[in-house]
Design a protein around this ligand. Structure first.
Ligand code: ATP
Length: 443
């Protein structure tokens, strides 16, 4: 594996249509990135992989898609209005602001070099907006800073609609907004982000074991899609800096080029949220145990991972370079199910009408089933390199033999092996390969 740097990755992502800086023509906009044609595919594939494994792959989890806006009473009850804050400090000289827990206040300001700090104050990172035509205190609403609160407010509706018994989980993928004091490291820390969150409800007393299970399950999910074990680590939050609602929090850390940082959090939120919402709304958010005729307030284990942060990890893990005849071959070794483009169809020569026609037919037969590209410009070696750089797992080459016997060559991105197979079995062959387990090639 070649060493990947953030610069190399950011530049590839822009050049090949994965991630663009927001509002670039107006000088940019901090904390927001736009996903280009290949970025949106990678993103959808990451979300789909997560949803498939948890919501379809298991019998004990159901889905939800709630609004980004909600009654402000939700945030009052959950404690976010009070506590969803970061410590803010400002340099009196240059007026730059920093998270006080992320810089050394004994040192000078990293921007202007002077040392004149304000006192630390708590800054609430929820975005405020107004609902309806009147701007005033009565119409204030908040963009959700995490997706999970709607899982709690809808707990009973979901449980009853789906006739669920404990233990069971509710999964949700969606945007969240945090007015982070400082953003940066590409798509690592954003103001507009997306989360994949799962709240797993258990009987009190079963939470400790469930927590261990979810830690392992979350780790295995990352390994399944190609993240190397040695790049991951656990960080146990000590009592004093755990979130106010949590009995235990462990972060799954990834060794980013800018240092080990949180990729995913797993928290034991206890019965805190359901209890708070019951108190504030007057609606009982509990569970009636038929067998014992008892009402219980479930405990909840929350594995929460950012879509953008997961994408960054999959991009970093995929990046590889190796020397070749033309200098350097850059290959994005995505797990095939995450790869934005699954197949590229390449006619060997552009001037042969019959070849182009057959290639177009093959291309059309695959399209609609998956994202397929067609490329007839430049030498075939160059075209392979273009596909390698965006991580396309298979290139299908159509040549003169194809016209005679109806076979095509499938070239594998990782092994570079070329297999001849009948064109009319191509779709099934690609689908078979997509279903197969994948392993990163040994380097
Ligand atoms: P931090 O302390 O670094 O601000 P956090 O502990 O508040 O983060 P959580 O509330 O646990 O983060 O969020 C769950 C997951 O959502 C994180 O593990 C991360 O993957 C993702 N996430 C959180 N904040 C951001 C952000 N600003 N940009 C991108 N992803 C984020």
């Amino acid at each position: 594996m070649a060493k990947v740097t953030m610069d190399k990755l950011v530049s590839l992502c822009k050049r090949r249509g994965f991630v663009f800086p927001s509002s670039e023509i107006y000088g940019g906009f901090n904390g927001v990135w736009d996903y280009g044609p290949l970025g949106v595919e990678l993103r959808n594939n990451v979300k789909q992989a997560w949803w498939r494994d948890y919501v379809y792959g298991r019998t004990d989890i159901v889905g939800l898609d709630a609004g980004i806006l909600a009654s402000p009473r939700v945030w009052e009850a959950s404690g976010h209005l009070q506590n969803f804050t970061d410590p803010l400090v400002e340099c009196r000289n240059c007026h730059n602001r920093f998270r006080a827990d992320q810089i050394d206040l004994a040192k000078n300001c990293p921007v202007c070099g002077l040392k004149d700090w304000t006192d630390i104050r708590q800054f609430n990172t929820m975005f405020k907006t107004f609902v309806g035509p009147v701007e005033g205190d009565a119409s204030v609403a908040y963009l959700r800073p995490e997706t999970c609160q709607a899982i709690f407010t809808n707990f009973r509706l979901v449980q009853q609609a789906m006739r669920r018994k404990l233990p069971f989980g509710i999964a949700q993928i969606g945007k969240a907004f945090r007015n982070e004091i400082t953003t940066g490291n590409f798509i690592f820390r954003l103001r507009e982000l997306e989360q994949m969150e799962l709240e797993y409800f258990v009987r009190p007393g079963e939470d400790v074991a469930a927590f261990e299970e979810w830690l392992q399950t979350s780790l295995n999910w990352l390994l399944k899609y190609g993240v190397r074990r040695e790049m991951l680590d656990f960080y146990e939050h000590p009592d004093e800096d755990r979130a106010f609602y949590s009995k235990r929090t462990v972060d799954i850390m990834y060794d980013f080029p800018f240092g080990k940082s949180e990729l995913q959090g797993v928290a034991n939120r206890t019965d805190y949220d359901l209890t708070q919402h019951t108190r504030a709304s007057g609606e009982e958010l509990d569970y009636f145990e038929e067998e014992t005729k008892e009402h219980v307030v479930p405990y909840v284990i929350e594995p929460s991972i950012g879509v953008d942060r997961a994408m960054l990890v999959f991009l970093l893990e995929a990046y590889d370079e190796e020397p070749d005849k033309e200098g350097l071959r850059t290959v994005m070794r995505f797990h095939p199910r995450l790869a934005p483009v699954k197949v590229a169809v390449l006619p060997l020569v552009r001037r042969d009408e019959a070849l182009v026609e057959l290639s177009q037919r093959i291309y059309r037969a695959l399209r609609g089933e998956m994202l397929v590209l067609y490329d007839e410009t430049a030498a075939v070696g160059r075209r392979y390199r273009r596909q390698d750089e965006i991580g396309t797992p298979w290139c299908v080459t159509v040549d003169s033999q194809s016209l005679q016997d109806g076979t095509v060559t499938v070239r594998d991105r990782d092994s570079m092996a070329q297999d001849r197979i009948p064109a009319d079995g191509l779709l099934e062959e690609i689908q078979r390969r997509l279903r197969a387990p994948w392993q990163r090639p040994q380097s």
